[in-house]
Design a protein around this ligand. Structure first.
Ligand code: GNR
Ligand code: NI
Length: 168
């Protein structure tokens, strides 16, 4: 087992923008990084983990939204587009903001384009929780945390609360 440390809000490293992976990045070391991210995500437990959260600033996401936790997904250099303008509210949590939940509005249906763990192109359409999760993880790669969508007042309270918890 090699568990990685998950950065916690308001750690400034969560604001670093991830860079795309290039063909030369597809090494055994990358496969080890992906496996370590899955172990970390399953152990947490979470349904997704972006590389940014483990202080690795490349465009890499691991996800598994299945009940049985037997459908690992790897998204590398992901992009998405909305399939319709409809947005929906869904309660989100984040491993980098432990034990805090908020309703966040995101596209209901999206088309995702990315590479898989071997660098092969993959494309899929999704909705509901999976679509929310992809948008949440893609935000992490851009340095965005879901609490950024909340009011300034709520963000100020959260920042203070988590700084205090981390000092303790
Ligand atoms: O485990 C997680 N659950 C979740 C629920 C709703 C929307 C998004 C998520 S992602 C989150 C794990 C995490 O922090 N990923 O970055
Ligand atoms: Ni998150």
């Amino acid at each position: 087992m090699s568990l990685l440390t998950i950065l916690e809000y308001p750690d400034p490293r969560l604001r670093i923008k991830a860079t795309p992976l290039v063909p030369a990045d597809f090494t055994p070391a990358l496969q080890q990084q992906i496996d370590a991210m899955f172990e970390t995500m399953y152990q947490a437990p979470g349904i997704g983990l972006a590389a940014t959260q483990v202080d690795y600033h490349k465009q890499l996401i691991v996800m598994d939204v299945s009940e049985e936790k037997d459908q690992p997904w790897v998204l590398i250099n992901p992009t998405y587009e909305a399939l319709e303008p409809t947005q929906e509210l869904l309660q989100e949590g984040c491993l980098s903001v432990p034990e805090y939940y908020a309703d966040i509005e995101r596209y209901l249906r999206i088309k995702v384009t990315s590479l898989d763990r071997h660098g092969n192109p993959q494309e899929f359409e999704c909705d509901g929780l999976l679509a929310h999760c992809v948008q949440h993880e893609c935000d992490h790669l851009k340095g965005i945390v879901f609490v950024d969508y909340l009011s300034r007042l709520k963000q100020d309270r959260l920042r203070k609360k988590y700084l205090k918890l981390q000092r303790a």
